[in-house]
Design a binder for this molecule. Structure first.
Ligand code: 0L1
Ligand code: MG
Length: 259
């Protein structure tokens, strides 16, 4: 089948809605590059909004070396967050609507001011932040075994699934984000750890990157938006029955069970 922007967008939403995975489109359509992937992503944002979801922010993907190396894609990505992806504290992994969820620790910002690129630096990005939170992203991929190229994963909204923020929100001046640590525990065993420096040297760099990248597509980050700055460590599988905890040094702990 000759794929195009509209047919890939529709197929990705069908896979998401029906909970089925598929091979990456680049196997058949190698011209699916980043720019085309973003057009597909934006088309599916329109579809999500048309079906009643509300835009609540953006997520970055592949901002840490751990994530880039695991996924074999070496470029940071930006994607959309809607209210349908929000989990409340204590919610289990929403297995019934996900294919093969994995969980990763993230530094999360809530914006106080509008942030529009180009030319946004880490310092000017951080000046727009109202509060900083610990977060856990439950990623999912519509691609079998999470196998994809950059264009595929951008089209797939950077493997969006669900996310939850932790119990502690602090003003950005209250902590050194490069040193903020996260420990990832699975069934009571620490399996991974990182500090905020894993994310582009400082999570504010990821925020600046989002503003500058979105500016190329004619968008800005808006006040009140949530920004997930990208997995600090590799993601851990979150099957039914798993018990996952993420402990931040200053931003509290998040507990998620696999349902
Ligand atoms: O599936 C993936 O790992 C791609 C999205 C990356 C999410 C992240 O790095 O936070
Ligand atoms: Mg993530």
């Amino acid at each position: 089948m000759p794929w195009d922007v509209a047919s890939v967008a529709a197929e990705l939403l069908r896979c998401e809605d029906e909970g089925v995975d598929r091979p990456p489109f680049t196997d058949e359509w190698p011209e699916l590059d980043l720019e085309t992937g973003y057009r597909i992503q934006d088309l599916n944002l329109e579809a999500r909004l048309a079906r009643g979801e509300t835009l609540v922010g953006v997520k970055l993907g592949l901002t840490s070396r751990a994530k880039q190396e695991r996924m074999g894609v070496h470029v940071p990505l930006v994607a959309w967050l809607t209210d349908a992806m929000l989990l409340a504290a204590g919610d289990p992994v929403p297995q019934s609507r996900l294919i093969h969820p994995r969980i990763e620790p993230e530094i999360v910002f809530v914006l106080e001011d509008r942030l529009a690129g180009p030319g946004v630096s880490c310092a000017s990005a951080m000046a727009a932040v109202g509060s900083v939170w610990g977060g856990a992203e439950v990623i999912d991929s519509r691609y079998r075994d999470f196998r994809f190229q950059a264009g595929d994963v951008v089209a797939d909204n950077a493997s969006s699934g669900a996310f939850v923020t932790g119990p502690v929100g602090l003003p950005p001046t209250a902590l050194n984000l490069a040193l903020e640590a996260a420990l990832v525990e699975v069934d009571g065993q620490v399996v991974d750890s990182a500090t905020g420096a894993a994310v582009q040297g400082h999570p504010g760099e990821a925020l600046a990157l989002a503003a500058n990248e979105l500016a190329k597509r004619g968008h800005a980050l808006e006040p009140g938006w949530i920004v997930l700055t990208g997995g600090m460590t590799d993601a851990v599988p979150a099957p039914p029955g798993a018990s996952i905890a993420i402990h931040f040094s200053n931003l509290g702990s998040i507990f998620i069970n696999g349902g």
